[in-house]
Write a protein that binds this ligand. Structure first.
Ligand code: COA
Length: 173
């Protein structure tokens, strides 16, 4: 059953310790080897879009986005990491974080959001597979897991090539 009782708020500096612990719990040390992590190393986090979800005093989940360019074109984001604490999964926390995050990204003028993840989960938010070879990441990625959603109708046709970090937009760190 979906539980709507998650309070979503912008990520704060003092959340960093709890966020590190959550990342360790969910992904373990292997997270640093993933191709998406390699992109994030060169791409500024869009701090205005970093959200946390709370249940009482517990950090239940978090979402972040990195500002990227595809080929030479800025205006896209890489979604991730998205994390929901094990005890809060299946209660709508991921759904509210993604919905709020995409709404916020749209209001900030981004046109496209990419991610590496499971289509059966993300298609409910409008994500679809990127056509083979249209967008590539600097490392190995299962093409069936490279997904994108347009925040502006028709935007995906404008994004082609290798993903890299965008120069820092407003609100990055
Ligand atoms: C994937 C994750 C973010 C989902 O968060 P959540 O709060 O449990 O998701 P929600 O409550 O919004 O949605 C739950 C629904 O998604 C489904 N779901 C969850 N993960 C899924 C997956 N990988 N593939 C398909 N469906 C999935 C559940 O079965 C459930 O289905 P239902 O609504 O029909 O019952 C969370 O499980 C998580 O943090 N997983 C580990 C980290 C991870 O994989 N992050 C994403 C990649 S960076």
């Amino acid at each position: 059953m979906i539980d709507p009782e998650f309070a979503v708020q912008p990520e704060r500096g003092e959340d960093s310790r709890a966020l590190r612990a959550l990342a360790e719990e969910i992904f373990g040390p292997g997270r640093f080897a993933r191709t998406a992590h390699r992109v994030r190393e060169s791409a500024p986090i869009a701090a205005d879009l970093s959200l946390t979800a709370w249940r009482g005093g517990d950090l239940a989940g978090s979402i972040r986005f990195s500002a990227i360019r595809v080929g030479a074109r800025p205006g896209a984001l890489l979604l991730g990491p998205l994390m929901v604490a094990v005890q809060w999964t299946g209660k709508g926390c991921g759904r509210v974080l993604i919905s709020d995050g995409l709404d916020l990204a749209r209001t900030h003028g981004y046109a496209l959001v990419l991610l590496v993840g499971d289509l059966p989960y993300y298609e409910r938010f409008g994500f679809a597979r990127v056509p083979l070879g249209q967008i590539t990441l600097p490392g190995p990625v299962d093409p069936a897991r490279l997904l994108a959603v347009e925040l502006v109708d028709g935007a995906s046709q404008n994004f082609e090539g290798l993903v890299g970090g965008a120069s820092a937009p407003r609100g990055t760190r």
